[in-house]
Design a protein around this ligand. Structure first.
Ligand code: TRP
Ligand code: SF4
Length: 341
């Protein structure tokens, strides 16, 4: 099923959460950028999945979707190598979702552990919302449809998504058993070694915690945010010996952005009490800005050429629909659906 000489097919998606942060960049996007050289990659914005929890606040959906795509392009997802598409623009996935929802036992979706967290998100947000909608319950089935729409071999995801991929594999296996076919691959998760970048306050980095540094932040804002990063708290004066291993945020940023030699230098100077935290973070902010500059420049280029971005998405959508239709033809046939197309 693979294109050119690539090693197989991959699909992965992200919900349209708006502008992405450095955790997304280091944890997910750098991995995708590497994978696109080896695999035939489909990357999509999961706008239907967004509706499972945010069906009543869609006012920013378009803009958030756009910003996600801009950050992907900025990070180096290359439309010559990968297909970028929008989930809701591939109706074949919705059709497949209907078929899969018929063959998926109810207790498979009910036992999905991730669903409980998603349901909690709703409960805390408003009293008038139902706890779990029909669509939210079907979250893993929709995800299985995303994956099976391209009959992929691998799905690069973080550890939090593995339970979903396992349900998708069970559904693929059930399809094959029910219809006596070997049509569907059992897609495997391709775990990202997540360098879990913390927020400047030491908590998990996230937009809702107001502790994130965005790919699209200005250099000035980046530098200011880095100055707020937590350091070794036991250190009172700048010539006290420091403990890089207890410098939860600032030193972990050094490790994420600097080369071996520089990391070692920072470490030694800190331990020797030859490095004040304020100076250290000033230098760190400058380094991060330097590393992010080409990415931010690329983002700016695409922001200034919206027609190019439109074209990339349209082309990605078309290719995705074309490949999806091929898979759906096989599905309808295996299921012996009437076909007068
Ligand atoms: N559930 C994923 C998340 O929240 C997004 C997603 C939806 C996805 N469908 C997918 C990821 C299919 C990989 C494959 O991050
Ligand atoms: Fe952290 Fe740098 Fe301060 Fe050492 S000098 S504690 S590495 S910020």
């Amino acid at each position: 099923m693979s294109e050119n000489n690539k090693k197989g097919r991959i699909v992965s998606g992200m919900r349209p959460t708006g502008r992405l942060h450095l955790g997304h960049y280091l944890g997910v996007l750098t991995n995708w950028v590497k994978l696109q050289n080896e695999f035939d990659c489909y990357f999509f914005v999961a706008d239907w999945h967004a509706l499972t929890t945010k069906f009543d606040c869609t006012e920013n959906l378009k803009e958030d979707t756009r910003n996600v795509v801009l950050d992907w392009l900025a990070a180096g997802i290359d439309p010559e190598k990968s297909h970028i598409y929008i989930q809701s623009h591939v109706p074949q996935t919705a059709e497949l979702h209907v078929y899969l929802s018929m063959i998926t036992p109810q207790n498979w979706v009910e036992r999905d552990p991730t669903l409980k967290d998603l349901a909690k998100m709703i409960r805390t947000e408003g009293e008038n919302k139902p706890n779990v909608s029909y669509g939210l319950l079907g979250y893993p089935v929709l995800m299985a449809a995303d994956i099976m729409t391209f009959n992929v071999d691998y799905v690069p995801v973080g550890i939090d998504q593995v339970a979903h991929i396992e349900i998708a594999r069970d559904i693929a296996r059930r399809f094959n058993n029910l219809y006596k076919t070997e049509f569907f691959n059992e897609a495997k998760p391709k775990l990202t070694q997540i360098p879990l970048l913390k927020g400047v306050d030491g908590q998990k980095m996230g937009k809702s915690f107001h502790n994130d540094i965005k790919i699209s932040d200005s250099e000035e804002d980046t530098a200011k945010k880095v100055m707020k990063a937590i350091t070794d708290r036991s250190r009172a004066r700048k010539d006290d010996p420091g403990h890089p291993d207890k410098c939860e945020v600032a030193f972990s940023y050094w490790q994420a952005f600097a080369d071996e030699e520089k990391i070692k230098q920072v470490q030694q100077e800190c331990i020797a009490g030859k490095r004040g935290c304020a100076d250290c973070k000033r230098e760190l902010g400058a380094l991060m800005n330097e590393k992010l500059r080409p990415i931010r420049e690329r983002r700016k280029y695409y922001e200034e050429h919206p027609e190019i971005v439109d074209e990339i998405i349209k082309k990605g959508n078309e290719k995705a629909r074309e490949e999806a239709e091929k898979v759906l033809q096989g599905v309808r046939k295996a299921m012996r659906m009437p076909d007068y197309r």
